[in-house]
Design a binder for this molecule. Sequence first.
Ligand code: COA
Length: 279
Amino acid sequence: MFDHFECVKVELTDGIAWVRMNRPEKRNAMNPQLHDEMEEALTHLEVDPDAKVIVICGAGGNFSAGQDLKMFFRENEGNPLGRKTSQRAANRWRWELLYSYDKPTIAMVEGYCVGGAFMQLLATDFAIAAEDATFSLSEVNWGILPGALVSKVVADAVLPRHAMYYCCLGEAFDGHEAERIGMVNFAVPAAELEAKVEELAHKLMAKSPRVLRATKQAVRNVRTMDFGQSYDYLAEKGLAIRVGDQEDSYNTGLRQFLDEKAYKPTFEPFKTGTMIEKK
Ligand code: COA
């Protein structure tokens, strides 16, 4: 299905879709074609029942060196239509699509993660980095500011002084620092990166997809709501989970804990595939 792609590679193994930015010779700098292919890949995977968790990563040992300064910026100068089209495509998958994606998403960061790549880094639900990864909000070093939504998503993700420091200095930092300031969930030795990502993916796959989807949407959306809106939204969202939940998770979980003493919700998910049909 994705054989015609040149800038994105998709591998589907054991429920995990590895979606790789694939321009290793350019450190996976994102050109307009890569943006189009990412949008196509992610849209298909969102409805593919074999894809349970999506991992956004890069080929050749790097996440991404950001927007392609030649093909995305320079070659679109004097071409407002090309520029607008590329910008829209870039923003659609890096933000709109990933931010509200139906399935859990993980960014796996190794090597370089620069500039515009912070959009998909922060749009994913989780991020794990190699300790020796190199992050940089480099824009200030070549005469622009972190544009599209980069300044916004960085400012939302970390404490104000961290956002100000790294946006204004453009100083590179490693995976440990990314973890310290909350840019990624955790940093691990490079040799363990893929295994840690798989471990997290399998943990996510053990949850009810419907409950997980509602929970991640709720965590994102309440950030901009006041208390009244949050009470109301979360109550309705809680009810909405129950409609069409194939595992009847709420009743199954309660039954397994209270009646069957089969598990402890504090430590593990309930056992799936044991729903009792209502008469
Ligand atoms: N846009 C376009 N081309 C890029 C690129 C980018 N963002 N990042 C790297 N490349 C290209 C280089 O021009 C080079 O192309 P060439 O082989 O045709 O000369 C190739 O990728 C390899 O890059 P190089 O700089 O030789 O590799 P490196 O490993 O020594 O350094 C980086 C890697 C990422 C540190 C360095 O390339 C860099 O600083 N890139 C700019 C990143 C940036 O500022 N991105 C922000 C965009 S929003």
